[in-house]
Design a binder for this molecule. Sequence first.
Ligand code: AP5
Length: 213
Amino acid sequence: MKIVMLGAPGAGKGTQAKRIAAQFGIPHISTGDIFRANIKNGTELGKKAKSFMDQGLLVPDELTVDLVIDRLGQDDCKKGYILDGFPRTIPQAEALDKALAGKGEKMDYAVDVDVPDENIISRMSGRRACTGCGATYHIVYNPSQKGDNCQVCGEALILRDDDKPETVQKRLSVYHEQTQPLIEYYQGKGILKTVDGTKNMDEVFEEILGILK
Ligand code: AP5
């Protein structure tokens, strides 16, 4: 099963993608996580990506598309995968479809986690990310049982640089301009499924499972 997660920044794509990946035994591929790992490791890609991410801008397609297409060629993707944060532009979606068509494959589902902008700011300001394993928490909706440390690996939890309110506003406007058109793109392909992302995490998960089964 091949799934694309769509939705505004902070809509809960990552939260749900991890659960779906575990449920179906498929890899969770998050471009945001890949870029953050490169930043942490001080790679050239990380240095380039950081300059865009810190401003709330998208990393250019030429740094993103080949990275993902290569990743999809790895053995663990043979049974399918869930893409979180990619594609984010129409050219990325077209490049993905072209790469899949070249292998006689196609995307099965595009799941749009729908959350209005007014809910996003509070979600982002309350998010805490683990500096070790990348697990994500929310200080109100999903707090770590170890306070300011990750309940999985024990490392410190931080507010992501791009979760500061001024950067979130920019990310939202970039989302509406460059990523939201993908909703129509996947609707046109007949694979778009929309879920109400304002419900609690378990309810959203159940709704997605109902679609995928
Ligand atoms: P990325 O890491 O992909 O960020 P994003 O898409 O903006 O999404 P987020 O990770 O911020 O949010 P999410 O929807 O996953 O929400 P989450 O589950 O964490 O990308 C970061 C940057 O990298 C981009 O801005 C860009 O610069 C670059 N980039 C990445 N991919 C790219 C690409 N393809 N092309 C170009 N550039 C790219 O949830 C948010 C919070 O809410 C959490 O605290 C969570 O606990 C809580 N929460 C989740 N669900 C619920 C719920 N139902 N109720 C209450 N709280 C909830």
